[in-house]
Design a binder for this molecule. Structure first.
Ligand code: ATP
Length: 333
């Protein structure tokens, strides 16, 4: 493909804090490299509908500190169909856009990869999801902010839990991945962390509660929403009758985890990845995701990041056990 003159940028799937910083970086790095940049509204749905607007350096002024995505996002059923992708391609041609930077997660990259195999469009992915569950990058945009939001919320829950000597089951996002749970759990000193990657998580909570019978203090049991035993409410309902001596409550943090002003770390990662996406296009790259490994920018083939699962660092899982109350007391036996 000849030198790229016009690029599009879109956000797709779940929103994540820091997406605006990435849009800003793509726009400005693109313009500063002599490209024309277009914002594609509402992800793939806007691509299909031709909801495409020219961007300037000023368009992206004053958005770096804002959560959400000012290009808006959507889940597009039509894009999953060949007919929808054909229309999307026709719209790109109408606007003479030869390359698109996709800020999103696994599903968004799957869609981009399928379309790249059907039509001559260069797609560059930027990982944007609070879940941090994409293979090929240590961080995704939004993860750091989400973890800080969860830590802040749990610190507050801890205050009331301590005052009443209660046990709180706190549910955090993570249908398939426990990154938010593990990181925020370590940071706020959760007594138990239940993640979808591991089996028999309820037993961990049971062991802890049995041990706690001898203690008198508040406890936080952090639950990632995707654990095999069911919802947090169901887990609490199973355990309540087994431990009637404890006052147990459930708190589901929900969508507050997606919102808020992005952390400095997310803004910096997003800015680096946005600029790196434009550099990759200048280097005639296509169908890759920009990642960050050991604080260095890397390029990962889209089909690899889609196919491979990212594992939680086993050292972090071990750490939760090494410094947990109940295992350390067991070790003393
Ligand atoms: P998050 O991790 O926040 O959920 P995501 O990018 O994984 O983000 P999805 O809803 O899975 O979010 O995907 C976003 C969009 O990508 C879908 O609405 C759809 O338009 C497109 N997409 C996903 N999977 C496919 C597919 N197999 N074929 C074509 N398009 C797809």
């Amino acid at each position: 493909m000849a030198n790229i003159k016009r690029i599009g940028v879109l956000t797709s799937g779940g929103d994540a804090p820091g997406m605006n910083a990435a849009i800003r970086a793509v726009t400005r790095a693109g313009i500063n490299s002599g490209m024309e940049v277009f914002g594609i509204m509402r992800g793939y749905q806007g691509m299909i509908e031709g909801d495409i607007v020219p961007m300037s350096s000023e368009t992206v002024s004053g958005i770096i500190q804002k959560g959400g995505t000012f290009l808006l996002t959507a889940r597009s059923q039509e894009f999953r169909e060949p007919e929808g992708r054909k229309t999307a391609y026709e719209q790109l041609k109408r606007f003479q856009i030869d390359a698109v930077v996709i800020i999103g997660g696994d599903g968004s990259f799957t869609g981009a990869n399928i379309m790249a195999n059907e039509y001559d469009v260069s797609f560059i992915g930027i990982p944007g999801t609070i879940d941090n569950d994409l293979y090929g990058t240590d961080y995704t945009i939004g993860f750091d902010t989400a973890v800080n939001t969860v830590v802040d919320a749990i610190d507050k829950i801890r205050d009331t839990a301590s005052s009443h000597n209660r046990i709180f089951f706190v549910e955090v996002m993570g249908r398939e991945a426990g990154f938010v749970a593990i990181h925020s759990g370590i940071a706020c000193g959760a007594e138990v962390i239940m993640i979808p990657e591991e089996k028999n998580q309820i037993e961990k909570a049971r062991r802890f509660l049995s041990e706690r019978a001898r203690k008198n203090r508040s406890s936080i049991i952090l639950v990632a929403e995707g654990i095999e035993e069911g919802s947090t409410m169901e887990v609490a309902e199973i355990l309540k009758p087994e431990f009637p001596q404890f006052d147990m409550r459930v708190s589901i943090l929900g969508h507050i985890q997606r919102g808020g002003s992005p952390s400095a770390k997310d803004r910096i990662i997003a800015s680096r990845m946005g600029a790196a996406a434009v550099e990759a296009l200048i280097d005639q790259q296509k169908s890759i995701m920009i990642g960050l490994i050991n604080d260095e920018i890397v390029h990962v083939p889209l089909n690899k990041t889609i196919k491979m699962d990212k594992a939680i660092d086993p050292d972090l899982i071990n750490l939760t056990e090494e410094i947990s109350t109940y295992v350390s007391s067991e070790l003393k036996l």
